[in-house]
Write a protein that binds this ligand. Structure first.
Ligand code: 4NP
Length: 161
């Protein structure tokens, strides 16, 4: 079988935005029966929360929308990720800049802003909800859900038969 298409979602702490994307996209991929063809992971650019599960504010919003993600554990992006993943998707401009700094020139084209895949929102960044209120987590979910749907359509159209 040919190699899986692989996607890495990246935020700062890997406990709010990128695990939400990981959980939402994983659910869409399973619903589409494509889990043998698409590989998914998430990571943070910072080491603050390595080994921790997602923020309970994120898991609560996800659960309300039918997404389980409490099994995920935070890790930091590492150099090997640039060899492994086809799509390395940054939640905000700072994540994007940090990834660009880490990547070799030949890997930089793998890095994209995740919200390039939304067709419903004009924002370019998924805002960091960590120090804000509950509304921020709902908005993160809405952005992530929309971009995940667009990403799956993009991968189906460009990589799968
Ligand atoms: P995330 O959110 O990058 O979406 O996981 C954050 C989580 C933790 C921190 C900042 C953002 N922090 O400063 O600890």
């Amino acid at each position: 079988m040919s190699k899986k298409v692989s996607v890495l979602f990246v935020c700062l702490g890997n406990i709010c935005r990128s695990p939400t994307a990981h959980g939402v996209f994983r659910n869409l991929v399973i619903e589409a029966g494509l889990e043998d063809q698409i590989e998914i992971d998430s990571a943070g650019t910072a080491a603050y929360h390595i080994g921790k599960g997602p923020d309970t504010r994120s898991t609560a919003v996800a659960k309300e929308r039918g997404i389980e993600m409490a099994d995920l554990r935070a890790r930091k992006v590492d150099f090997g990720d640039f060899y492994v993943y086809d799509y390395i998707l940054a939640m905000d401009d700072e994540n994007f800049a940090n990834l660009e700094d880490l990547a070799l020139p030949e890997h930089k084209s793998k890095i994209q802003m995740f919200l390039e895949f939304t067709q419903d929102f004009s924002e370019s960044e998924v805002p960091d909800p960590y120090y804000g209120g509950a509304k921020g987590f709902d908005h993160v979910f809405d952005l992530v859900d929309s971009a995940s749907r667009g990403l799956l359509e993009h991968i189906k159209a460009n990589h799968l038969n």
